[in-house]
Write a protein that binds this ligand. Structure first.
Ligand SMILES: CCCCC/C=C\C/C=C\CCCCCCCC(=O)SCCNC(=O)CCNC(=O)[C@H](O)C(C)(C)COP(=O)(O)OP(=O)(O)OC[C@H]1O[C@@H](n2cnc3c(N)ncnc32)[C@H](O)[C@@H]1OP(=O)(O)O
Ligand SMILES: CCCCCCCCCCCCCCCCCC(=O)OC[C@@H](O)COP(=O)(O)O
Length: 360
């Protein structure tokens, strides 16, 4: 492991990264709150400003993936669909197998210029998460309790609210509703059997209500469905902690652009369409596990410098006061305080290093 490799596993670096993320995120949350009066004056302008503010937070995580861990993201897609990406509103259907699948999604959002505005049908619990959850509230993210009787009304209302959104957005749907595990897969296939539906090998049975209601309410706003299938090379199981430790992964994403007007409007037909789509996704995943690649050509957009520049800006802004504080401590603090601080830092770093020093 080289010098930079070793540096990336150091607890102090992780502490700095988390400090910058948390403090900058809270600053953004406060700014979003201060923007509230603008909603009453000029709603569309407030939404545009919120997209920029959200970008400052989300792109830090993208920078961590792209520049810190050096993770590569390859896109398999039809070159004729490529010019549409980032230029239209779309519903993105993604498999949910990995801890960092949302982050790879964000990377593609960033490269196509829709990171600040992109949305998701997320579980309600995430709305209470400091920084990200609070930021999503201002971004008009759609939350669900995964209890259809309660969601039926609130999800439709939230979807209708974003019909006139002023920026292009991608609306992410994890139709499986939860992350894949062998146990959930077994239960899900029992449901499939009971319903007389064909079994899936690599996916859970999709929940159809969220997709049907989204397609129904965003028709006229959204022009296409991006059927996206994600996998990682060499059977890697990537984690956020791995990314934080600078571990490099290689993601492959296969995207098919399907015009929304080819998706049936009527609910039972729309649900059947989604089940058929998951059958096809299963075939792509099987092909990936056999050959290590998805069908079609590779057209990967390059990473951009913006996430890195934004990250460096926040690092400079927030590290200066921290450094001043430490200098003050060393100048005015008692010998005991200084020694205790130094010992804690070294011990913390050492303990963390034992776990991550040899790589994952
Ligand atoms: C590549 C580019 C990427 C672009 C990225 C763009 C944007 C990124 C932005 C942000 C990224 C952040 C990421 C955040 C991650 C958030 C992740 C989540 O929170 S996932 C969880 C929440 N989301 C969902 O659940 C969505 C899918 N679910 C649905 O659509 C549901 O239908 C629902 C609307 C939530 C309602 O759920 P509920 O369970 O109440 O109703 P259902 O109809 O679904 O269920 C009852 C129905 O299902 C049958 N059943 C029972 N058990 C199962 C089972 N195990 N599997 C499947 N089906 C099951 C049951 O028999 C009922 O059937 P029926 O209706 O026929 O009677
Ligand atoms: C610069 C970056 C610094 C990094 C610091 C670390 C900060 C961590 C930020 C976390 C951001 C989290 C984004 C939310 C993504 C959560 C994905 C998720 O939670 O999926 C849930 C589903 O699966 C369903 O779960 P189940 O309840 O079914 O099980």
């Amino acid at each position: 492991m080289g010098f930079f490799g070793l540096l990336k596993t150091q607890f102090l670096c992780h502490l700095v990264i988390c400090y910058v993320f948390l403090v900058s995120g809270l600053i953004i949350n406060v700014l979003q709150l201060c923007m509230l009066p603008l909603w009453w004056i000029n709603k569309q302008l407030a939404r545009r400003v919120n997209c920029r503010l959200a970008y400052c937070v989300s792109s830090q995580m993208v920078a961590l993936l792209e520049w810190w861990s050096g993770t590569e993201c390859t896109l398999y897609t039809d070159p004729e669909s490529y010019p549409f990406y980032g230029k239209e509103n779309a519903i993105v259907i993604l498999n949910h197998n990995f801890e960092i699948d949302f982050l790879c999604g964000w990377t593609f959002c960033e490269r196509f210029g829709v990171l600040g505005s992109s949305k998701v049908l997320a579980k309600k619990e995430l709305a209470y998460m400091p920084v990200i959850g609070w930021m999503w509230y201002f971004l008009e993210i759609v939350f669900c309790k995964r209890k259809w009787e309660e969601d039926r009304k609130t999800v439709v209302e939230s979807l209708q609210r974003i019909q006139d959104y002023p920026e292009n957005f991608w609306f992410l749907l994890y139709c499986e509703g939860t992350r894949f595990t062998e146990k959930k897969h077994k239960i899900s296939m029992e449901v499939a059997e009971k319903k007389g539906l064909p079994k899936l090998k690599h996916h859970l049975l999709p929940r159809t209500k969220g997709f049907c209601v989204t397609a129904q309410n965003l028709r006229g706003t959204v022009t296409a469905v991006y059927d996206s299938t994600l996998n990682f090379r060499n059977n890697q199981t990537p984690t956020l902690l791995g990314v934080l430790n600078g571990k490099k992964y290689h993601a492959d994403l296969y995207v098919r652009r399907i015009p929304l007007d080819t998706v049936p409007e009527n609910e039972p037909e729309c649900a059947a369409w989604l089940h058929q789509l998951y059958q096809e996704k299963d075939v792509f995943q099987e092909q990936y596990s056999q050959t290590g690649r998805f069908p079609g050509p590779i057209v990967t957009p390059p990473r951009r410098a913006w996430p890195l520049l934004n990250w460096l800006f926040w690092i400079c802004l927030l590290l200066c006061p921290l450094c001043l504080l430490l200098l003050q401590l060393f100048h005015s603090g008692s010998a005991v305080t200084v020694v205790t601080t130094a010992v804690l830092c070294v011990a913390g770093n050492g303990g963390w290093g034992v776990k991550w020093g040899g790589g994952e």
